[in-house]
Design a protein around this ligand. Structure first.
Ligand code: GZL
Ligand code: ZN
Length: 333
């Protein structure tokens, strides 16, 4: 009997010891998370940005960084240099680092399910911003804030219809400079544009290629399509970066963008507004990069365990050649 009693007391002390260790560990893990708040009063946010391919992108990055520092949020920033595999590595490092929230700009819509499952397993909420993702399980991310790209495309289509409503030209030939293949914003801008024009068969997209939102690629595509076609009526460019490359190529050939060929461009960086004022483009559709304050506010809510709206679009304008352009405030990008 004595032996049995001895065994029981040993077992009991092992259980107590195990409980003490686990509570110390748990507490230290708990302590670690509390220390994020204690030592800088702010949360830690992992921010995966796609790169620096355009003035729009660098403005977007600056907006998030400035908003984070204003709020005392510690931002772990990663620039993926236009590669999805770098973004996936960055997200994995944020998970290992146990950030409080992950914010990321998905360069393309597909290929995120696994890494987002790992984030969910680690209990880290994810905010998707600027571009959208296609995932099986919508629960893999908390919400989206960004641009309504199909609406931008529809606004471009409506401008073309308006511009040619008095024209009796049989066929209106359109060249489209597509953004990054597989990105939700390029797909949305293309779909919205076609949604408006498909009902009017005289409008035909005779050329559409990806310039990857890059000025240099916009220039190269212009060299190609200006040699291919001599009866282009409209150029529809998915971003100002590519537009600037096209304008350069056109002017090298003595062509007058905005006069010989109607030009529509998206982003509304300062250089595009300047081109609108100079009559080199006819319509500039704003895509708002200054979403840092809203992004950080949503991240703080997620870190506090609150829910956020699934879908939030940012305010965007359209600037037309017929507007009073002196009223446009400096764009800051
Ligand atoms: C749009 C954004 C696009 C911009 C480009 O929301 O994703 O990427 O239009 C940028 O300038 O490169
Ligand atoms: Zn923390």
């Amino acid at each position: 009997m004595v032996r049995r009693k001895k065994q029981l007391s040993t077992l009991f002390s092992i259980i107590i010891l195990a409980m003490i260790i686990s509570s110390l560990l748990g507490c230290s893990a708990q302590k670690k998370r509390v220390s994020h708040i204690e030592n800088n009063g702010g949360i830690i946010v992992g921010f995966s940005q796609i790169g620096a391919e355009s003035a729009w992108r660098t403005c977007n990055t600056r907006s998030v960084q400035e908003a984070a520092s204003r709020r005392g949020v510690q931002l772990v920033y990663d620039n993926a240099e236009q590669k999805q595999e770098n973004q996936i590595k960055a997200l994995r490092s944020f998970i290992a680092y146990q950030v409080d929230v992950i914010v990321f700009v998905p360069i393309v819509t597909d290929g995120w399910d696994n890494v987002l499952q790992e984030a969910r397993d680690a209990g880290i909420p994810v905010l998707v911003t600027d571009r959208k993702i296609d995932v099986e399980d919508q629960g893999l991310y908390a919400g989206f804030i960004g641009t309504d790209s199909p609406k931008e495309g529809r606004n471009a289509g409506l401008f073309v219809l308006d511009k040619f409503k008095e024209s009796d030209k049989e066929q209106i030939n359109i060249v489209e400079l597509f953004g990054t293949e597989g990105s939700s914003v390029a797909i949305g801008r293309a779909d919205g544009f076609r949604e408006v024009l498909d009902e009017h068969p005289r409008y035909r997209i005779i050329y559409s290629k990806s310039g990857d939102f890059l000025r240099s690629r916009g220039y190269e595509l212009a060299v190609e399509f200006l040699d291919l076609y001599d009866d282009i009526d409209v150029i529809y460019s998915h971003n100002d970066g590519m537009t600037l490359g096209v304008i350069e190529a056109m002017e090298e050939r003595g062509l007058r963008p905005g006069k010989d060929i109607v030009f529509i461009t998206i982003d509304a960086q300062q250089a595009a507004i300047d081109a609108l004022i100079e009559g080199k483009v006819n319509c500039v559709i704003e895509c708002n990069p200054k979403t840092g304050p809203e992004i950080i506010e949503l991240a703080e809510r997620l870190a506090a365990g609150e829910s956020i709206p699934r879908l939030q679009y940012v305010h965007e304008e359209v600037f037309y050649e017929t507007d009073d352009l002196s009223l446009i405030a400096p764009r800051g990008y």
